[in-house]
Design a protein around this ligand. Structure first.
Ligand code: NAP
Length: 249
């Protein structure tokens, strides 16, 4: 029970990787608060993860006031915030750069990058005033490699998350706040399905697309997040842990 008495905020907590991460933290004794924009999905996720162990807060991380309220609500209801997983993200704005819709570009950057900044801003402000904490941002292996054509908006947003993680880690290590990231490759959620692709089609594609021959199970990403957030990683600061079955090795 590595996380007994810990309060953990997970943005995008009702989605695939977020929900798996919530299950893993609860298994280790934590209380989790799942954040997202849709109350119905959040309530259903709380029921699945474990009422009494899980709570939810409706928040849009791309909105400055909403992100501030999200952290205030967690602290007001649970008396503190020890760990935050900034996992909320969207995949949109497809196409070659010359054809990317400007509004879609703005939206992807606002959720994926500004959302992580706004979340961390308020999480860290609380943590540094209350004995420290640990933050894990969910980036992507595409952020460091630009692996796929037609995904410039998403790739740029995740490159931003990875470097924001490193600089935030330097800014706040002396405050007792450890900031790290995970960079998953294709993981078993609808986000890794191409338009019109079934899970079976994706499994076939992944046989050659990744050295591991498969997508990650969301639990494999979750366990990496737990390790980075745990005391076992107490001297790990500003690290970006790639979880992609060797796709970018
Ligand atoms: P998912 O199931 O779609 O989960 C994304 C979550 O983010 C949803 O719960 C969504 O909830 C929430 N969200 C989106 N916009 C938000 C906003 N403005 N404010 C608050 N919450 C918001 O996708 P996933 O695959 O689990 O992805 C989780 C993270 O892993 C993302 O950052 C993604 O980029 C990253 N990642 C995924 C893969 C993959 O292959 N699946 C690979 C690399 C990285 P609402 O829409 O209800 O708000």
């Amino acid at each position: 029970m590595a996380f007994s008495d810990k309060i953990v905020l997970i943005t995008g907590g009702a989605g695939g990787i977020g929900r798996s991460t919530a299950h893993a933290f609860v298994r280790e004794g934590a209380t989790v608060v799942l954040a997202g924009r849709d109350m119905t999905t959040l309530a259903e996720a709380v029921k699945e993860v474990g009422p009494g162990k899980a709570d939810h807060v409706v928040a849009d991380v791309s909105d400055a006031e909403s992100a501030a309220r999200m952290v205030e609500t967690v602290v007001a209801r649970h008396g503190g915030l020890h760990i935050a997983v900034n996992n909320a993200g969207v995949l949109a704005g497809f196409g070659p750069v010359a054809d990317i819709d400007t509004a879609a570009w703005d939206d992807v950057l606002r959720v994926n990058l500004t959302g992580v900044f706004l979340s961390m801003k308020h999480e860290i402000a609380h943590m540094r005033a209350h004995g420290g904490g640990a933050i894990v941002n969910v980036s992507s292996n595409i952020g460091a490699h630009g692996r796929l054509a037609g995904m410039a908006a998403y790739a740029a947003s995740k490159a931003g998350v990875s470097v924001l993680t490193r600089t935030a880690a330097l800014d706040h290590v002396a405050d007792g706040v450890r900031v790290n990231a995970v960079s998953p490759g294709a993981s078993d959620t609808p986000m890794s399905l191409r338009p019109g692709e079934s899970r079976a089609d994706r499994a076939e594609r992944m046989r050659t697309a990744a050295p591991s021959g498969r997508v990650a199970d969301t639990s494999e990403v979750a366990e990496s997040i737990l390790w980075l957030a745990s005391d076992a990683a107490s001297h790990v600061v500003g690290h970006d842990l790639v979880v992609d079955g060797g796709a970018t090795a």
